[in-house]
Design a protein around this ligand. Structure first.
Ligand code: HEC
Length: 247
């Protein structure tokens, strides 16, 4: 008897919670939220700088977590391609996980790695998609030469004092987003994120911050990938707080 009262009380509380939440958060058909109390059209103030720590990153090493994975997710794992959800050959090769990427490389030997081969022979990405640049290819080759491990490093102190669009922001977008968000017909909702004007439009709608911060009611970006590092998010947040200048 007591037990059923408990269950009933919990059930009623849950129903009550669900209904009380509905008054706070509204999702209009257009996507973004309108309730000014909850709309992060502007990001929260930048997080306080993390404690000063030394970087564990070596300038001579290419890291899987910060360079290879975001690059291949953005350039190869868009919808219909190597995202593990597609069919046919594209579905068999999954390029948004370490295991999937590891399956087409030969550690220590870029020359006999299928990943390098399809890029250098021009078959991937297929025409119409943004090609892998020579510096991106060089990073892939170095990573494979260094053993193609699932390595990561910690960037140490995150300095947000001199964030610029031309260097900081465009580099973050290029490393994580522009595979899907560039070219004449970007697979990412037709949105090109290689020009300042286009990026500003997404900042002003609140979607850039809502999406990268994985806020409720927004589309989590990078699609299918991991959330940007705390430092990258902090850089974007401080830049938006300074008025998203074209500096
Ligand atoms: C693997 C492909 C892919 C990557 C990588 C990617 N996007 Fe997207 N993006 C999409 C798709 C597809 C949409 C359309 C919405 C959807 O289907 O979720 C989209 C939509 C958007 C939108 C449109 C607004 C909205 O929410 O509807 C913004 C802004 C955006 N992405 C920003 C980014 C940013 C910033 C990054 C990098 C941090 C990024 N995207 C990385 C595929 C991608």
């Amino acid at each position: 008897m007591k037990r059923s009262y408990l269950i009933l009380t919990v059930f009623i509380s849950v129903i009550f919670l669900i209904f009380s939440c509905q008054h706070e958060i509204q999702f209009p058909a257009g996507g973004g939220k309108t309730d000014s109390a909850v709309t992060p059209a502007a990001p929260p103030p930048p997080l306080p700088p993390p404690p000063v720590t030394g970087s564990s990153c070596s300038v001579d090493t290419v890291y899987f977590a910060s360079t290879i994975l975001p690059m291949l997710n953005s350039n190869c794992a868009m919808s219909g391609c190597h995202n593990g959800l597609s069919s046919g050959d594209a579905g068999e090769t999954t390029l948004n996980t370490y295991a999937g990427i590891r399956a087409i490389v030969s550690p220590g030997n870029p020359g006999s790695s299928k990943l390098v081969d399809v890029i250098t022979n021009g078959s991937m990405p297929p025409s119409g998609h943004t090609p892998i640049s020579s510096s991106q290819l060089a990073a892939i080759e170095t990573w494979i030469s260094q053993g193609a491990s699932n390595n990561a490093c910690s960037a140490g102190t995150c300095d947000t004092t001199n964030v610029t669009y031309s260097v900081t922001i465009s580099t973050i977008l290029q490393n994580n987003c522009t595979g899907c968000h560039s070219g004449s017909a970007p697979s990412g909702a037709g949105i090109d994120l290689t020009s300042y004007a286009n990026v500003l439009t997404q900042v002003n709608s609140g979607k850039l911050w809502g999406d990268v911060s994985h806020s409720a009611g927004y589309n989590a970006m990078p699609l299918g990938g991991t959330i940007l590092s705390a430092c990258d998010l902090n850089m974007i947040s401080s830049w938006i707080h300074k008025g998203a200048p074209n500096n």
